[in-house]
Design a protein around this ligand. Sequence first.
Ligand code: FMN
Length: 226
Amino acid sequence: MDAYEAITTTRAIRRYRDEPIPEADLNRILFAATRAPSGSNRQPFRFLVLRHGPAALEARQVLAGCFAALWGAKRAGDGYDTGSGTDPTSPKARMAATMQHFVDHIADASAIVLACTRARHGGVLHDGASVYPACQNLLLAARALGYGGVMTNWHQSEAARLAEICGIPDDVTIAAVIPLGRPVGHHGPVRRRPLPDLVYEDRWEASAPWAVDPPGTRFTGGPPAP
Ligand SMILES: Cc1cc2nc3c(=O)[nH]c(=O)nc-3n(C[C@H](O)[C@H](O)[C@H](O)COP(=O)(O)O)c2cc1C
């Protein structure tokens, strides 16, 4: 798979087959993650992989609890079960079903990667900018090897508990939790807003004549309407 295809087809994968990820593949995925750039090449990112060790089993249960709580609140708050969500075939209801399945099974994901960073207090934007490229490298490498995953941040209410279980030091932040596995569904072209909505030239919101989507591109404006 070439890099361009991987970039344009790496979807958030939230359903995984019940298959372990061989260590050789984990090695390649994490090697790719750690090739990411960071400010001054400081490499503040660290990846703690949860498989089936004692700490991992405990951390998986904690993640199951906080993911369910976060999704439950979002489901109610964003009205996933009202309006078009009452029709089980609607995009909103299908999204809700996918998310429910995701949080119900997060503890069983083949591997869960805690993407961590030693924050330098350079500000959220600066610190994040030295760990999230590595997260995307990880997802792209996983996709190239036939796996899938999703970046999440629903662990935050239990970050201290996870740190305690896994021995994560005080100056380290869990920037993202990334479950990985063989996808049940498929990767495929990701949908975004039309290119002219996202790319300007010369002045803010001034269109760039060359910024056009390839033929056949499908779009989305964001999450399903409430
Ligand atoms: C910073 C960031 C945080 C995210 N947090 C979550 C999350 O907590 N839970 C989740 O299910 N997905 C999360 N996602 C995944 C996005 O929802 C997903 O990438 C987006 O909807 C686009 O979907 P697609 O990649 O399949 O096109 C996050 C993605 C990013 C980049």
